[in-house]
Design a protein around this ligand. Structure first.
Ligand SMILES: Cc1ncc(C[n+]2csc(CCOP(=O)(O)OP(=O)(O)O)c2C)c(N)n1
Length: 282
């Protein structure tokens, strides 16, 4: 069911939306026989909170100029973006279960060409934070009220371009609220083994960002983190870019996927999908 325009969702109701979103992620990746379930499932509580509490948008008018912008930089986790937006009422009759099929608008990596409802094309890691910095500066120059959010991942921070964006966003005090999917895992294993990135929160802070952190599976904490960042931005236009480091578990909600690097980018087979959906209460 689409998000109600008037209702204020409770934490429990948002958690329930996240459960439905997780089911959709499993269905999409299973139907496509490919895709990235791990990071997508790990982000479900955060995206459910964004779409059912934090963001201002109108699914019937996806190009509404005043809408908040949510950019997804780690585009391989496209299933979370499609599933959360679908739950919120976007896409009309377009079926996310056509994920990764030839001609589907739901490409493996989001494309604004095929699906204008998504804010940015992504998949080549590292670019989203620069895109978001530009949009955030644009909102200020044009005196627009929309807010800019950007999702990045911990593994993605191995991309040098992330740090160019971090530098310029701080220099220009870009009104940007970014958040990180910090699950300690990337494509080839644990992030600390592939390329240890150290204390990423401290790194962003050293670049001049306001940094906070929260449990990425506690709806109340996620809400608080976003609303705190929004309040900071509203009260102090000079606060500059902010980063919320969300501690998450890859594959959250599906026991055999949780914290297992092997589920970064692999589809469950029929039996595995059935078990996952059972665990998710489908
Ligand atoms: C520029 C670029 N280099 C390499 C890749 C290949 N790649 C895809 S996902 C990924 C790991 C990203 O880490 P993270 O997002 O933390 O993984 P997850 O938490 O989703 O498992 C890599 C290196 C890419 N998409 N883009």
């Amino acid at each position: 069911m689409a998000k109600s325009k008037t209702k204020k969702y409770t934490d429990a109701e948002i958690a329930e939306e996240a459960r439905g979103i997780r089911q959709m992620i499993v269905r999409m990746v299973h139907a496509a026989k490919s895709g990235h379930p791990g990071g997508s499932l790990g982000l479900a509580d955060i995206f459910a909170t964004l779409y059912f509490d934090v963001l201002r948008y109108d699914p019937k008018k996806p190009q509404w100029p005043e809408r908040d912008r949510l950019l997804l930089s780690n585009g391989h986790v496209s299933p979370i973006r499609y599933a959360a937006m679908h739950a919120a009422g976007f896409f009309g009759k377009q079926d996310p279960l056509s994920f990764r099929q030839l001609g589907s608008p739901f490409q493996g990596h989001p494309s604004t060409r095929y699906l204008p409802e998504v804010e940015n094309a992504s998949g080549s890691l590292g670019q989203g934070l620069s895109n978001a910095t530009g949009l955030a500066l644009g909102s200020r120059f044009q005196k627009k009220k929309y807010r800019v959010f950007c999702c990045i991942s911990d593994g993605e921070c191995g991309e040098g371009m992330t740090w160019e964006a971090a530098t310029s966003a701080a220099h220009h005090k870009a009104p940007l609220i970014a958040f990180m999917d910090f699950n300690g895992i990337q494509i080839d294993g644990k992030t600390k083994d592939v390329c240890d990135l150290g204390d990423l929160g401290a790194k962003f802070a050293s670049f001049g960002w306001r940094v906070t952190s929260a449990d990425g599976h506690d709806i109340g904490a996620i809400r608080k983190a976003f609303h705190d960042a929004i309040a900071q931005q509203d009260q102090n236009p000079d606060v500059g870019p902010q980063m919320i480091v969300f501690h998450t578990i890859l594959g959250k909600g599906v026991s055999y996927m949780e914290d297992q690097p092997g589920w970064h980018g692999k589809a469950p087979n029929d039996e595995q999908a059935a078990q996952a959906l059972k665990e998710l209460g489908a």
